[in-house]
Design a binder for this molecule. Structure first.
Ligand code: AMP
Length: 283
């Protein structure tokens, strides 16, 4: 496995692979890798070569967010990539990605208007811009994104369709800790008490999933129940809980169809997200 820091090096390696007729899978990450990221890398080994990018993208963080404190450890990440079967790590510096006078952005309306898009203004503009750049650099056949960031997955699918980018987007399931908490690089921020409290998010969502399975049709009733369960945890503060169409991210009132139920919750100062997708009840 190789580790490179410049766009030029990635282009040279990828050009060589393409000359050999090899297919390329790509997993964009912000590093501090865990089994969630590794599940994407493992899935990507269905391609002949797998590229992982590790880049904490400054332009997707708001001014009061955790860009400076976001965990970074390239040595640790290198081992995790190797274990999972990656062939190349692209770990650029901020200046390699953004010239001092950088001024071109990819922006979107629609799927970015709700959930994290509403709560984190500019976030998806930063995500779409960096992912577009990374697609242009790596030129993969397929790119792998986690359902953990369900809105991001919908946004990237929309961007690729709208801008006719020749990459197949593959969504991968959420990987969880034994107690149900969705794995996240941000879980490292949690104190022992907060870590115990954080399980309330996945437990409440699981209750919601069962309600739909048992025939619940009202998004309002569902959200009220999930809210009540999360509010019963003193360390938890809800940022949002919403039911939206899984593709368009437009809020729904009826739970039939392809519905994404998504939550963002502060546990202490740490903002965690989780979700599930329901394809409608059977009753
Ligand atoms: P990040 O490093 O947080 O930007 O995440 C990089 C990719 O890994 C994104 O596509 C995430 O959705 C995915 N990912 C993060 N956590 C998980 C998880 N627990 N299960 C599955 N995929 C995940």
């Amino acid at each position: 496995m190789q580790i490179v820091k410049t766009i030029k090096e990635v282009r040279e390696i990828v050009t060589d692979w393409k000359k050999q007729g090899l297919t390329i899978g790509f997993v964009p990450t912000m590093g501090y890798l865990h089994e969630g990221h590794q599940s994407l890398i493992k899935r990507s080994t269905e391609n002949d070569r797998t590229v992982v990018s590790i880049f904490v993208n400054p332009i997707q963080f708001g001014p009061n967010e955790d860009f400076a404190s976001y965990p970074r450890d390239l040595e640790r990440d290198t081992k995790k990539c190797e274990e999972a079967g990656a062939d190349l790590i692209f770990a650029p510096s901020d200046s390699e990605m953004y010239a001092d006078d950088f001024s071109t952005y990819v922006d979107m309306t629609g799927p970015t208007d709700e959930l994290c898009g509403l709560k984190r203004p500019g976030h998806f503009k930063g995500v779409c811009t960096v992912v577009s750049k990374l697609f242009n650099i790596v030129t993969p056949d397929r790119a792998y994104f986690g359902q953990k960031d369900a809105q991001q997955l919908a946004v990237i699918k929309r961007m690729v369709r709208d801008l006719s980018i020749g990459v197949e987007i593959v969504g991968c399931p959420i990987i969880r800790e034994a107690d149900g908490l969705a794995k996240s690089s941000r879980n490292t921020y949690l104190s022992e008490d907060e870590r115990k409290a954080a399980v309330v998010i996945s437990k409440a969502l699981e209750t919601g999933r069962k309600m739909i399975e048992n025939g619940e049709k009202s998004a309002e009733t569902l959200i009220a129940k999930i809210t009540e369960l999360i509010q019963s945890e003193p360390l938890a503060k809800i940022d949002y809980i919403k039911a939206v169409d899984a593709d368009s991210i437009v809020p729904v009132s009826n739970l039939d169809g392809n519905v994404l139920v998504a939550a963002a919750v502060y546990i202490g100062k740490t903002r965690l997200i989780d979700n599930f997708i329901s394809e409608g009840s059977e009753k």
